[in-house]
Design a protein around this ligand. Structure first.
Ligand code: CO8
Length: 259
């Protein structure tokens, strides 16, 4: 991708790395950026050489939210007609391989929502999360009231969404929003290493594990358990299950073929 593209892509081993690249605007999310992000995720998802994706920003900002200058004059009819903001955000939901958000600096508004749409968040020690929409006379519109509440519970979600304050990396980890906190300079490497670990396993099992965890947010416990059990049983139809267990018993490394 050219250096001035709003989204940069590269591969590191079996990991697809996507860097949001509007650093002067703190990676404010406009349509061009969200379209490019969706396209990059879809391309990596379809690429058999890639097992996992990492989405990141700059040291200063993962993303400081929706682009306020692009939103300032928006009207209700336009917003409703184009179904703002589903247009280019739905793509995220269709991705089947794991997506890790490596969050450095600000993840605010739509930026926090974007991080929460990823499968897990690795945060730098300088990360700041928040849903400051209330300060602009609006509310979160890309899942903030729903995903933040599921992640951190009602008390903290209400606190953050109604005051617009920021939460630092340690509070975010304590609250269950982020999986790991890492020193700033190591954040991206740690996220890529984590992604490479996931990419090294049998792909059907990785996709099913992700699908099954996500199912927990869409179903009752008994339906979720049934869903998990069916997927679990189906994996005994794969060659990789035979290989993984044989390798363990023979005290060697498994050679997965995604079959
Ligand atoms: N939109 C547009 N431009 C932005 C945004 C933004 N969200 N955030 C920062 N910028 C720009 C600034 O205007 C500034 O531009 P310039 O240099 O031309 O003046 C540049 O980025 C650098 O920013 P600051 O000078 O403000 O940097 P500071 O370090 O002083 O402050 C902050 C950093 C605290 C992050 C501050 O920039 C800030 O508060 N930004 C706005 C955060 C915010 O309110 N985000 C929520 C936006 S609303 C939203 O996301 C709704 C979601 C709806 C669904 C998603 C749809 C896509």
């Amino acid at each position: 991708t050219p250096d001035d593209a709003v989204v940069l892509t590269e591969t590191r081993g079996h990991v697809g790395l996507i860097t949001l690249n509007r650093p002067k605007q703190l990676n404010a999310l406009n349509d061009a950026l969200m379209d490019a992000l969706g396209a990059a995720l879809k391309a990596f998802d379809a690429d058999p050489a890639i097992g996992c994706m990492v989405v990141t920003g700059s040291d200063k900002a993962f993303a400081a939210g929706a682009d306020i200058s692009a939103m300032a004059k928006k009207t209700f009819p336009a917003s409703y007609t184009e179904d703002f903001i589903t247009r280019n955000w739905e793509a995220m939901m269709q991705i089947r391989k794991p997506v890790i958000a490596a969050v450095r600096g600000f993840a605010l508004g739509g930026g926090c929502e974007l991080a929460m749409m990823c499968d897990l968040i690795v945060a730098a020690d300088n990360a700041q999360f928040g849903q400051p929409e209330i300060k602009l006379g609006i509310i979160p519109g890309a899942g903030g009231t729903q995903r933040l509440t599921r992640a951190v519970g009602k008390a903290k979600a209400m606190d953050l969404i109604l005051t617009g304050r920021m939460m630092d990396a340690l509070e975010a980890e304590r609250s269950g929003l982020v999986a790991r906190v890492v020193p700033l300079q190591q954040t991206l490497d740690e996220a890529v290493a984590m992604a490479e670990t996931m990419a090294g396993f049998s792909q059907p099992s990785v996709l099913m594990a992700k699908e099954s965890v996500n199912r927990a947010f869409e179903s009752s416990l008994s339906e979720g358990l049934r869903f998990e059990r069916r997927l679990f049983q189906s994996l005994f139809a794969t060659a990789d299950q035979k290989e993984g267990m044989a390798a363990f018993l023979e005290k060697r490394k498994p050679l997965f073929t995604n079959k």
